[in-house]
Design a protein around this ligand. Structure first.
Ligand code: FES
Length: 135
């Protein structure tokens, strides 16, 4: 079982004590989407600082331990990045943070928040997302 490891315990901790969870009022960018396999929904909110970099990132929604932990880890990763850097984040960036092997269905759980964050960043930049990490 994936949770019988140190990294598994970290994931469970992010699930039980969610980081940066909640709707961010006055967000400069936000997006939401759902996991096609289970219907769980997730939203990401981004607030920009005066330098144009992401000053605060939050997530909201429901999902399994992997999706909620990935979303919390991602919100921490997003802080300090420009919208262009956020838009360019790739699958491996989040898989590295999770640090466990995932099967195909769990992969969608892990990548949902990344997709939504990219949608938010691309949307604010006025561009279409050409590199959907869930495809
Ligand atoms: Fe729904 Fe993982 S089972 S997001």
């Amino acid at each position: 079982m994936v949770y019988d490891t140190l990294q598994g315990e970290i994931i469970l901790d992010y699930y039980r004590n969610p980081r940066n969870k909640g709707v961010l009022e006055n967000a400069d960018a936000h997006a939401h989407d759902s996991n096609p396999l289970c219907g769980d929904e997730l939203a990401i909110f981004l607030k920009l600082g005066p330098d144009g970099r992401i000053a605060k990132a939050t997530f909201d929604g429901k999902g399994c331990a992997i999706s909620q932990a990935a979303a919390g880890m991602l919100t921490e990763l997003l802080v300090g990045k420009t919208l262009e850097q956020a838009a360019r984040l790739a699958k491996d960036d989040i898989l590295k943070l999770l640090g466990i092997d995932l099967g195909p269905s769990r992969m969608k759980c892990a990548l949902l928040s990344l997709k939504v964050a990219k949608l938010a960043a691309y949307g604010k930049l006025g561009k279409e997302m050409a590199d959907d990490p869930m495809k």
